[in-house]
Design a protein around this ligand. Sequence first.
Ligand SMILES: O=C(O)CCC(=O)C(=O)O
Ligand SMILES: [Fe+2]
Length: 584
Amino acid sequence: MRRRLLSSRWVLRHISKARRMRWGGRPPEPGRRFEAAAPRQKELKIQETRIPNIFLVPGVLDTDEAASLIAKAEESGFELQTSRGPAFGEALRHHSRISFEDQQFADALWNGGLHAALATLRVGRRRPAGLNENIRIYKYSGGDVFGKHVDGSNQTARGNTEFTLLIYLSGEEHDLVGGETVFYASGAEALRVRPVTGQALVHRHGSECLLHESLPVSRGVKYVLRSDVVFTDRKVFPALRDVNGMLFQVIFDAVVDFSTRTLDEMKQAIEVFRDRVAFYVFISSHAVYDVSKNRTHQEPFLLESDAVRPGREISPLDRWNLKGRSTRGDNELECEEELLKQYNAGGFPYVTLRLGNVFGPKENTIRYWLLHLWVKACVALTLPLHIDTSLVSTRISMTYTPDIAEAVVRAISRGLNETCCPEKVHGEAFNLACEEMPTQRELYNYIGEPAGVPYVETIETPRNHSVVLYPDNLGGPISVTKAQEVLRWSPTGLSKALRSVARFYERIMLEGKKHKGQIEFMYRKMKAMLGGDGPRFVEWTRAQYAERRKTELYDELDDEDEDDIILARSDSKRPGKGGRRGEL
Ligand SMILES: O=C(O)CCC(=O)C(=O)O
Ligand SMILES: [Fe+2]
């Protein structure tokens, strides 16, 4: 009867309300920090017990960590926690307690190793997302108890709590006798857990919670930390998982975000970095202009101020269609808008760097590599490069990766007020590209020059029949005057940049063996793109380099060059709708 009574939802709600009102303990003070040191990182293993959904995790805290939590708690002062007893539907309760809300401590505890140990727990499709920020520490001395009860599930900002987490802070070595946590099933004792310092007990709560209690302490003092495991069906953006692990008490001077591609990811990033970053650099691209309204100026290139969504001057249908012109641009602009929103609401300062068509070291696609080889093969094989008929006179902004690094450094020193006038970059966007804006034909000739091909054969092909790797936006070239003036940044000359990239790919091809995997991957892509012409292209290219390898001397790449390798990774695809920058 009591079991039924205690597990009914209504009663649970009633009890928790009563607890808050009448059990003497003050509710947790929001934002009151416990200011305990972050537990050390550990490799923890979950252990099953005889009872499903009740687990042990040994060694969550070391003895010194447990001792310092006890000391902290004693310093903050415990409060007596009592209840009116079972006659009022409340579990018998007599022990001391402190309660506080500290998300940072909860995250540190979670990321210290529990996150990995508990990663396989599921409630339906939901998975663990972290710990309830409400941390409680109980102290049971002579005769203290927490009578039979079940634990309710609570809502938190990240999701609902589904498991209780108890971490024993004292045990045998403290001369503790009694204080076991005992679970009951069908009226009989099902499991008895002896307090072991640093060990966690994790059990399902809410409607599936087993009746349990803390037996009276007959000697020594039992201390136990209580939180809950929060579950969510929200996907955690992988790039943030690692960051989360380092976040406790870490303040970042600057974060350079190359990874965020969707609004949801940006929201998570903002949540993670709020109050923890002095300056944020978001890497966006010229695709944002593809979903912006028509430019209102006569300049032949895009200005930063052009990235504005149209308002009511166009119909909802047209607005919708415009978003659809570039999923990547739409996502990136949403990310920029979200950053601005949080900044205007008093959040962290940030800058957006908008890249054009990226090429150079660390550019993780193979499109430049393909062009380099195609340009070399085009005459011998009569395989002219394609020029999209609709883009014959369109100019292309190319962005060289070392120039991006340079701009990032300059933006950060501005943003952190190391040089001057941070307000000139906070909340601002800057286009980055080489100043030269070649057409497709000119670009091919630029590429041909260092490859020793004085004239590159081209053929005009209609859009859906052409293999055109640049440009990857629709809106045309971008102006970089603002970055030059405000960041005092200057891009490398296009032909110099292309020469160094050409040299790099020549070395890769001549070294051959060392990069076999990537080269084969590139050949496969090439075959897929060139259709019927693919096999002879690959055959010819292989033969060329094999022949040259016999006779030509080349410098082995040294370690530093290695580090810069631009090689394509066949695993670089990421699921999701955003699409990767520049992915073929
Ligand atoms: O102290 C214990 O062993 C049990 C505590 C408990 O059941 C609770 O916090 O809900
Ligand atoms: Fe409990």
